[in-house]
Design a protein around this ligand. Structure first.
Ligand code: KG4
Ligand code: ZN
Length: 344
């Protein structure tokens, strides 16, 4: 059966536990979403999130073992998200991971959530290969990263204001769509054309790999207000399509541009927004044209899950990393600390 990793992820509003063999073969991947709870508030309500994690974590872990058909005695290690994220939520996963690893006599490895999103690319697929440029686009992050041959990571650029997923969520709200807005906005935009609607692309000053999405969100708000003030009903599907196109174009130009400029032969995508089909298609076309290999996780591994945490934790463990009982939650966490040199 190989080395089995139990992965645990509770950084935001998903309680997730997975069992992964040899770092990449997913035996089970259980995600208990709290979306229905937080929809009432139009976003994640941190206190309620940690309470719900506390109720869900052990049943979800039992379900993950059951679906994988394994017992605790079969496991080799426990991997858990240590940050960044909501501290109260992270603490639930970390406490559970500590208790289980102690009770079962297993090593414990803390994983950076964004590193998890990068490692989602290797689940049920070929092993890690570096160097790579990685674009992580989630509700909290829009980071363009470079991983060198040895696995050391540097940040090429990041958003200066809203994350890409946050922009999707906020614009979805303006369009009257439910939380989380990304999938709802994509569905509304599907099959629609921007028509005459266009929004600005914030490419910022030449040479920067930073992003900015708050101006785009404001442009959508202003457009909707202006149309309504003029007594016109705005074409919501076209607005959604035009907004999505603006986000996709900026992400694509910068990510593929970085790989080309740095002479890096591959581009990895990760994070919830990576589930967006328009983004996947645009990146695939641009990467192909530039002769760059593009890896994109299946949509279910783009949004938060514990299989990606198990994968990253396994490779870190193979590099000799392990954490002790002092492992703590970190709302913010620098990336360079964590990324293991994922060799084969
Ligand atoms: O990675 P993730 O599950 O959680 C965070 O770590 O933030 O990402 C969630 C974000 C939300 O903002 C959600 O609206 C966005 O990813 N998202 C999408 C899509 N699916 C999820 N955005 C655009 N298109 C999608 N299909
Ligand atoms: Zn995430």
């Amino acid at each position: 059966m190989g080395s089995l990793t139990l992965g645990i992820e509770t950084s935001c509003d998903e309680t997730a536990v997975a069992v992964v063999a040899d770092g990449r073969r997913v035996l089970s991947d259980v995600v208990a979403s709290q979306v229905d709870l937080h929809r009432l508030y139009g976003g994640v309500f941190p206190e309620l999130a940690s309470r719900r994690h506390l109720e869900a974590i052990l049943p979800v872990a039992e379900e993950a073992l059951r679906r994988a058909g394994v017992t605790p005695g079969d496991l080799a290690l426990v991997a858990v998200t240590r940050g960044p994220g909501l501290v109260g939520s992270l603490l639930v996963g970390i406490s559970a991971a500590k208790a289980l690893s102690f009770a079962w006599g297993l090593p414990l490895v803390g994983v950076h959530h964004l590193v998890g999103h990068i490692y989602a690319n290797f689940l049920d697929g070929p092993p890690p290969e570096w160097p790579a440029v990685c674009l992580v686009v989630s509700g909290g992050h829009t980071d363009l990263l470079h991983v060198d041959e040895g696995g050391a990571v540097t940040c090429l650029g990041r958003t200066r204001d809203d994350a890409a997923g946050e922009a999707f969520d906020k614009v979805a709200r303006l369009l009257g769509l439910p939380y989380p807005g990304g999938p709802a906005l994509e569905a509304l935009a599907r099959g629609a054309e921007p028509g005459g609607v266009t929004f600005p692309r914030a490419l910022l000053e030449p040479g920067t790999y930073d992003f900015s999405f708050s101006g785009l969100k404001t442009a959508v708000a202003v457009y909707l207000e202006r149309e309504r003030a003029a007594g016109r009903e705005p074409p919501l599907a076209s607005v959604a399509a035009a907004f999505q196109q603006a986000v996709v174009e900026v992400l694509t130009v910068k990510a593929v541009g970085a790989a080309v400029a740095l002479g890096v032969p591959r581009l990895l995508l990760g994070g919830g927004v990576a589930a967006n089909r328009a983004l996947r298609e645009a990146l695939a076309a641009a990467a192909q044209e530039a002769g760059i290999e593009l890896r994109v996780p299946p949509p279910r591994y783009c949004t938060d899950n514990a299989a990606m945490i198990a994968c990253a934790g396994y490779y870190a463990w193979r590099e000799g990393r392990a954490d002790g009982a002092d492992l703590d939650a970190a709302a913010r966490l620098p990336l360079a600390d964590i990324l293991p040199a994922g060799r084969g």
